[in-house]
Design a protein around this ligand. Structure first.
Ligand SMILES: Cc1cc2nc3c(=O)[nH]c(=O)nc-3n(C[C@H](O)[C@H](O)[C@H](O)COP(=O)(O)OP(=O)(O)OC[C@H]3O[C@@H](n4cnc5c(N)ncnc54)[C@H](O)[C@@H]3O)c2cc1C
Length: 377
């Protein structure tokens, strides 16, 4: 007699990081009974090691679809934060006062202005508000700016959250709404038929007509199992955290942000070192600290209390991958390197599309097919 139990759900989401949890929460909220399968604690998890920015400026240069998607997510964020608070009592600490990107020479200011101008042109009628702010004006916005800062770009769209509270809140809201979370469930095989997916978990099998691959770097191996592709690579980033200080930094910046608890996060780096998250490199940590002190000299008086490295989930062009399988209708994939920023879009826009059975045409430029075309060109 076969003792294996079968549980049928409306959707299976593989991956319990920020991308998987946001989509699973969104699906469950759409009324789809959803199971989220997640690997063990040894997994690579960008969602537990990121900087926490909800960042719009600089995103989508030469790719208006990405700019629009990021904007849409930033707009969806206040409602997501409010819903999570109501559902779970967990405040994710969302603040969207706009953000600053600092420049250290007149040449950098000119280049940044040109880049922001291009983003505005490419935004078209959707609009893209920004200002280049000189050091004199910046002194009124942020305290104790270093003499080497010449100015900054500012957009009103940027913000930040506590990424750990966000991850916890998404999981809690998902489960509170009836979703089933299965930890220690490393998926290595999928039985796929059009509109019928089964994953064997040993003691039982879960089955559903919809499957979402949202397992970060793990998607590279899983995608081919359902006729998709995800050419992803890890990109390491290191972050330093200072002791708590009184609240001084009212706006997040691309290199320093102050948490609700008062710590300053100093970030981050971009390193191509494979799957290594264990070693932290003093030279990179020094460079991160030096840049922070160059921006705000008073940071030098604060002790660093924590530091870590984590792996970004990078596609070849750095933009997200969203795809629906043609061979196995019902199977979808979602990957991005800005899972905090895009949590609003994933929960409120992408999940309803998946629930309805089709990705909107606006998302077609995010298909991994763009990489196949490049290869053969
Ligand atoms: C240093 C750093 C700074 C960052 N700063 C920001 C920022 O300021 N703002 C921003 O928007 N983004 C930022 N990011 C990016 C953001 O953290 C990621 O985009 C996001 O966390 C990706 O989430 P994910 O769920 O796709 O992947 P992950 O967090 O890597 O999670 C993947 C999950 O899938 C599971 N999994 C993997 N394989 C399998 C399998 N085969 N079966 C079952 N489960 C599996 C794992 O257990 C894990 O839980 C940063 C990243 C880094 C590293």
């Amino acid at each position: 007699m076969n003792a294996t139990r079968h549980a049928t759900r409306d959707a299976i989401v593989i991956g319990g990081g920020l991308v998987g949890a946001a989509i699973a929460y969104g699906l469950q909220r759409q009324g789809l009974s959803t199971v989220m399968l997640d690997e063990g604690d040894v997994a690579h998890r960008a969602s537990r090691g990121n900087f926490g920015l909800v960042w719009v400026q600089s995103k989508g240069l030469g790719a208006p679809h990405y700019q629009h998607w990021t904007h849409a997510s930033a707009r969806a964020w206040p409602e997501l934060a409010a819903d999570l608070l109501e559902a779970t009592g967990i405040g994710v600490g969302l603040h969207q006062p706009g953000g600053l990107h600092f420049c250290f020479s007149d040449e950098e200011m000119a280049q940044r202005d040109a880049l922001m101008g291009q983003l505005r042109r490419e935004a078209g009628n959707a609009g893209y508000e920004y200002r280049m702010i000189t050091a004199a004006e910046l002194h009124d916005m942020v305290p104790g700016l270093g003499p080497q800062v010449v100015g900054a770009s500012w957009t009103p769209y940027d913000g930040h959250v506590s990424p750990l509270h966000l991850l916890r809140a998404l999981h809690a809201a998902f489960q509170g709404a009836g979703g089933l979370y299965r930890p220690n469930a490393l998926v290595t095989a999928i039985k796929a038929l059009p509109g019928d997916f089964a994953v064997d978990l040993g003691a039982d099998t879960v089955r559903a007509p919809r499957l979402v691959l949202a397992s970060g770097l793990g998607n590279a191996d899983l995608a081919p199992l359902v006729g998709l592709s995800a050419p992803l690579r890890p990109e390491r980033g290191q972050i330093l955290v200072t002791e708590r200080a009184r609240q001084v930094l009212a706006l997040p910046t691309h290199v320093v942000r102050q948490t609700e608890e008062g710590s300053l996060l100093l970030g981050d780096s971009k390193e191509d070192l494979g799957f290594d998250t264990l070693t932290q490199t003093p030279a990179i940590m020094r460079a991160i600290a030096r840049r922070a002190v160059q921006t705000f000299p008073w940071i030098a008086a604060l002790n660093i209390v924590r530091a870590w490295a984590a792996l970004r989930v990078m596609s070849p062009d750095g933009k997200p991958i969203y795809d629906a399988s043609e061979r196995f209708p019902g199977a979808y994939i979602a990957n991005c390197h800005s899972g905090v920023t895009l949590a609003g879009a994933h929960a409120s826009l992408l999940a309803p599309m998946i629930a309805a059975g089709a990705l909107a045409p606006d998302l077609s430029p995010f298909s991994a097919r763009r990489f196949h075309v490049q290869k053969t060109a």
